[in-house]
Design a protein around this ligand. Structure first.
Ligand code: FAD
Length: 303
């Protein structure tokens, strides 16, 4: 047995070292609401460090994000983090949302610039009377309340990125403004993430860079999303899902194997914090967390 496998087993036996967080999106209708809450209730007993709720493009889910995080505060033991973007909004509008989160008992915000209304890749024009950059948004959130602020990071660079220097300067500005954690865009090649963390550290940026892990519940869906976000989809991944379009059962098993392989390899590299893009579905993420050694801390409550 290789020493890295022995190391992994040792790390996973002392599972208290592993910390996870889960990302959800606000539901659009009653059926999606039921699915979201059954997933939250299933994952809650695993004791995540926090759970985050996304904010639709241009604030399109403003009310739904707010009501979801409020319900998490009121009805669960979880610590919610509310995503917030500043695209297409005045400072006053954004600040109102920040204050409403504070009033609802939310103490953690994932601060983002957001994508232009014309879509990913369209030129970003800072709104008149709005925040000029994510760093400005972070600074303002910190002035409004003693929030914990997380931000984004891009192991394969953001699609708009001009160079690694600019990429790292943007991250540094967000950290200097008060961000204390970065969550990465999803990636499939762990070496991209590990090289990125090295670059970040070499640039003197000293915050945790949490790997964002996406279970491939739909290969087509993920491949399409990856094209927009600048994440690459390796050929080996396409090959694993080849011919499975009409075979959801096998697809699910392959997705579990792919995600477990990725996460356990990162454990081998000494990584012990993970952020899961759940897509509001719990089973696969629950299984991966189980493999990471996590066990229920509180009894599961059926939704
Ligand atoms: P920033 O980090 O501010 O900038 C992104 C990149 O743009 C930089 O890395 C740099 O390459 C370039 N750039 C920025 N400023 C400059 C500059 N002044 N000069 C040159 N280049 C510059 N979107 C949503 O709408 N809602 C969400 O809830 C949401 N959640 C997300 C969560 C995570 C973990 C991640 C990784 C992304 C999320 N996004 C979300 C997507 C995000 O809004 C888009 O990727 C958007 O295009 C960039 O926002 P940002 O905060 O990452 O931008």
């Amino acid at each position: 047995m290789t020493s890295s496998l022995l190391d992994r087993r040792f790390r996973l036996n002392s599972a208290s070292n592993i910390s996870v967080s889960f990302e959800f999106f606000p539901p659009k209708n009653e059926r999606m609401e039921e699915q979201l809450w059954s997933s939250i209730k299933r994952l809650e007993p695993l004791g995540p460090a926090f759970v985050s709720v996304t904010y639709g493009a241009g604030g399109s889910t403003r009310e739904r994000t707010h009501s979801t995080v409020s319900r998490i505060v009121n009805e669960t033991s979880l610590k919610p983090a509310a995503h917030l973007t500043c695209v297409d909004a005045t400072k006053e509008e954004v600040d109102d949302v920040v204050r409403s989160y504070w009033d609802a008992g939310v103490r953690h915000i994932v601060a983002l610039r957001g994508d232009p209304a014309a879509g990913v890749g369209a030129q970003y024009i800072p709104p008149e009377n709005g925040y000029q950059s994510t760093a400005d948004l972070v600074a303002s959130i910190k002035r409004i309340g003693d929030f914990e602020v997380s931000v984004s990071a891009y192991p394969e660079r953001h699609p708009e990125s001009r160079s690694w220097d600019v990429e790292l300067d943007v991250l540094k500005a967000k950290v200097d403004a008060g961000a204390t954690r970065a969550i990465t865009q999803f990636f499939f090649d762990n070496s991209d993430y590990l090289r990125y963390v090295e670059r970040v550290q070499a640039a003197g940026i000293n915050i945790p860079i949490i790997p964002g892990i996406v279970p491939v519940l739909s290969f087509k869906g993920i491949a399409g999303f990856a094209r927009k976000t600048g994440a690459s989809v390796p050929n080996w991944l396409a090959r694993r899902f080849e011919g499975l379009d009409d075979d959801p059962r096998t697809r699910e098993l392959v997705a579990a194997a792919v995600a477990a392989e990725q996460v356990l390899d990162l454990v081998d590299q000494g990584i012990d914090e993970f952020h899961f893009y759940t897509m509001n579905k719990a089973d696969l993420v629950y299984a991966i967390c189980h493999m990471l050694g996590l066990r229920e801390k509180t009894p599961a409550i059926s939704a």
